[in-house]
Structures are given as C-alpha cells and as structure tokens.
Design a protein around this ligand. Sequence first.
Ligand SMILES: [Zn+2]
Length: 227
Amino acid sequence: MLITERPSPNFTERKKPIELLVLHATQTETLEEAFFWLTDTKEELSSHYLIDEQGEIFRLVPEEKRAHHAGVSSWREFEKDLNSSSIGIEFYNKKNKPFKQEQIKAGLLLCQDILKRNPLILPQNVVAHSDIAPQRKEDPNTFFPWEEFAQNGIGLWPFSNKNFNLPLPKNVEEETFSLLKKIGYRGEFEVSAKAFVRRFAPKLLDTLPLDKVYQKAVQIEALYNKS
Ligand SMILES: [Zn+2]
C-alpha cells in the first residue's frame, strides 16, 4: 500500500490504547481546503489519514500519536478523550456526495491493514464520526458503503435481513432508546435515533418512523452485543 507523507503539526501524545477506528468525510469544496483545516495550527485539527478521490492515501499523523479528529464525543464505554483511543481516517468528500470507487477501494485496504495491526479494535468500535458525536456531526454521510466495509471485515452489518415482525412494546420510544444506548449511542433520544438510522437505515432519516426504528434497533443491538 502506497502512503504519501503529508505531516500535520496538530497532534499530541496518546494516553490510552487504540480501541476505536473513526471514519470521517471532510465536507470541503476541495482537497486543498481539507489539507488546510487538518494542518492549520490555529484550528489544531488533524486526522491520521486522508484519502482523496483517486484513492491516494496521505498520512498526516503517525498512528502512535494522538490526532485531533473526534472532538467532544462518546461511544459505548468510551466516555471522553476518544482521540487518545482512536485512529481517524478522513475521506475527501464535498458535502453529501457519493464516494468514488477508487477512494473506497483504498479505504478498505487501509482499514484492513489498521485492524490487522490493532487487534484491540473490536468490530463494534468501527464507527462514524456521526455515531460518536451525534449532536454535532453528520459525517461521513448517508452514501458511505458500510455494508461493503463489513463484507470486507470492517465493522458490523446485519447481513441476514430478517423481517422481525416483532410485536411493538407499549413504550416503543423508551425501549428503542434503551436499545440505542446498548448499541453505543450517548445522545438524547431523537439525536441518537437520527445518528443510528443515518448509519444503518438512511431511508428512514426523513420520517424516523418509530416502529421501523425500533425493529432495526432490535436487529443491530443483537448484532452488537452477541457473545
Ligand atoms: Zn468528522
């Protein structure tokens, strides 16, 4: 795998072992604008890698250092300083555009390589920025091919799309909220529900139908917490 060095000065020392992989999209007009934000010493932002539309991989921060990509965020038992526990990859993408095939191919190889070298990263801890900071972030975006990533051993996806036809509990909202918390979401109900469907069922994003969100949450919770 060819990696081009494009160092960012914006990193600090890790205080925790690497247990999360966080995927982002730059949401910038141009690639150069993305490099600007990820290297500007006033903003102090960075990521470990940036992948352009042609599939070129740039390394901004060495993995053993703490890059500044997660911000205020939480997921499952990770309550703060997720930057210390994670590796961050940015995919160059203008706001809400489909990703390019070459870019995704490079992303798959890079993620596989990272997971091989970092066995503490569990599949349920391969996350979107929007999963860990649902009140602030929407990236990567609803075009991101999570299913294809899971097919390649990166993260989890419900491949057997069983129709549950579960009877709805009386307190659907409460039950759904409880499932979302078990999956890992740490926002208020609506914020968590939106982040959850953005990741697993983007077609539901506009209307957020509670019965369907509940059934999806049952399916994903079982996947995420199976022993
Ligand atoms: Zn992000």
